[in-house]
Design a protein around this ligand. Structure first.
Ligand SMILES: Nc1ncnc2c1ncn2[C@@H]1O[C@H](COP(=O)(O)OP(=O)(O)OP(=O)(O)O)[C@@H](O)[C@H]1O
Ligand SMILES: [Mg+2]
Length: 484
């Protein structure tokens, strides 16, 4: 009985509390309506402002609001935050949106509305929130709550909240970092492009560059491969270093070696590794130094300028000849300076002052005949690394066997290793053979046969060389006898 009474008493108390809360809420609503209806807006705004000031006085947090639009154009900070947080959001937000266009290489993620993501920047914790508000569009003032009426009435902004004491760090360091990271993410996600020049000497095409060669599949000696990759890594991470030593942030590579040893393949692997666009410059299509200068100025950062077969694309008068020209007839020389691409023009293009207008640029020259090039063109500082790509070694062959046949070991490897020590064969030839015999039962046996046949062709050459030496030797002996 007692319990029964007690329960009854509890129920009564509960009901009383609920009705009190309800009446307080109703009164508050009533007061709010009266205030908003009868008190002038200026006075309400004044008190709102004072209230916010008080809140700020007692709060240790600071919030930056980054709106989607700045006037009619998109706010770049908002766009950068969207990209940057997309990559973070996949880790910590509960809802993210995924998208991919035809041009994108990877999926792109964007935080969904009203989601929060925390970020740790050098030990400083910040909180990002994507806020969405629906405001009545011009033609929809009467039904401000009807959110389906127009999608344009959605107003988005990011709120970035952090402790006040980190204010300077966030403004001066974190936000610029977000902008830069977003740029790198965007560039990394975009498909690479191959730029070529048209008849008017402008970069055109922007053809999608989708060469599948990578450092994984490139068949060159492991040590050389590692050296190249390390050099590229040092270069891309060297922004501060280049600034400190006062050098333009660019690097030149000279690739030389016989045809079919992988010079163009290495360029493709570099572009894919760095995510850089390629600017393929055919010097025969450029008529003047001025055009060359404009083309270089028209390149974007984070790109590779390629000049293939530099020794034969154009007959570059060397600097001595140029000087002679100048001495003979200064005026004529000045005119010719403007009317054709000269070696000095090219050297200026590579490291003259105006080539420093961009950053993070790589220049690659390729040639089959390094000895034909003017030393000024390939000196240290212009072509920082000279890479010799030569005939197929056994380790390069192993890579090709893995690429084409998916094997890392075989009973014929030993014989092939011996043959590769004797025969000059290019990776292109080996690739050709393996492609040809890919469906045969014994593709490596076919390759061994091919290498033997090459050995037979190359041996007579060596024999004829020996015979020549023997003939010269016996003639010399005859001559010495004659003299005596
Ligand atoms: N080192 C290599 N690794 C993998 N494949 C290679 C290599 N070298 C050549 N190949 C194969 O041979 C083909 C031709 O090679 P590539 O065009 O890179 O040679 P190259 O040195 O640029 O020749 P060229 O001097 O004639 O321009 C490539 O498409 C590739 O299939
Ligand atoms: Mg090539």
């Amino acid at each position: 009985m007692d319990n029964c009474f007690q329960d009854h008493g509890n129920n009564n108390n509960g009901t009383a509390v609920i009705s009190t809360v309800a009446s307080i809420a109703a009164s508050a609503m009533l007061i709010r309506t009266i205030v908003y209806d009868y008190v002038p807006h200026e006075i309400i705004n004044f008190f709102n402002l004072k209230f916010h000031d008080m809140k700020r006085f007692f709060s240790s947090q600071l919030t930056i609001v980054i709106e989607e639009f700045k006037g009619v154009s998109k706010n770049q900070v908002y766009e950068a935050a969207e990209v940057y947080l997309g990559s973070k959001g996949t880790l910590s937000a509960v809802r993210v949106k995924a998208s991919k266009s035809m041009e994108d290489k990877n999926l792109a993620f964007v935080m969904d509305k009203n989601q929060e993501v925390c970020d740790d920047y050098e030990g400083v914790m910040v909180r990002w929130k994507l806020c969405c508000e629906y405001v009545a569009s011009a033609g929809n003032k009467e039904h401000p709550d009807d959110i389906n009426a127009s999608l344009k009435s959605e107003v988005r902004s990011y709120e970035l909240t952090f402790h006040m004491k980190h204010r300077d760090k966030i403004f001066n360091s974190y936000l610029p970092f977000v902008l830069e990271r977003a740029k790198a993410i965007r560039e990394g996600n975009m498909a690479l492009k191959l730029h070529t020049i048209d008849y008017d000497h402008y970069w055109v095409g922007e053809v999608k560059f989708c060469h599948p060669m990578s450092f994984k599949t490139l068949a060159i000696d492991d040590e050389l491969k590692k050296e190249i990759v390390d050099d590229l890594e040092k270069f891309v991470n060297g922004k501060e270093f280049y600034k400190r030593i006062g050098k333009a942030w660019k690097r030149g590579y000279l690739l030389y070696g016989p045809p079919g040893t992988g010079k163009s393949s290495l360029i493709a692997a570099m572009a894919n590794y760095l995510n850089y666009d390629i600017y393929d410059l055919d010097l025969t299509a450029v008529s003047t130094n001025k055009d060359l200068k404009n083309l270089i100025l028209g390149m974007s950062n984070r790109s590779i300028l390629v000049m293939e077969d530099i020794d034969c694309t154009i007959k570059l008068p060397n600097r001595e000849e140029e000087k002679e020209d100048n001495n003979n007839n200064n005026k004529e020389a000045d005119k010719s300076e403007d009317s054709k691409v000269t070696l000095s023009g090219l050297l200026n293009a590579i490291d003259g002052l105006w080539s420093c207008c961009g950053e993070e640029r790589i220049i690659v020259l390729t040639t089959n005949h390094k000895e034909k090039l003017d030393p000024a063109l390939i000196r240290a500082g212009r072509m920082d690394m000279h890479i010799h790509l030569s005939y197929c070694t056994f380790s390069a062959f192993q890579q090709l066997a893995f690429n084409y046949l998916g094997i890392s070991q075989h009973k014929l490897f030993e014989e092939i290793q011996g043959l590769l020590g004797k025969v000059q064969v290019t990776p292109a030839e080996i690739s050709g053979e393996l492609t040809k015999n890919i469906n045969s039962k014994e593709p490596l046996q076919e390759l061994v046969r091919f290498l033997h046949s090459k050995d037979m062709v190359q041996e007579p050459q060596e024999i004829s060389d020996l015979l020549l030496f023997a003939v010269i030797g016996s003639r010399l002996q005859e001559l010495s006898c004659y003299c005596l």
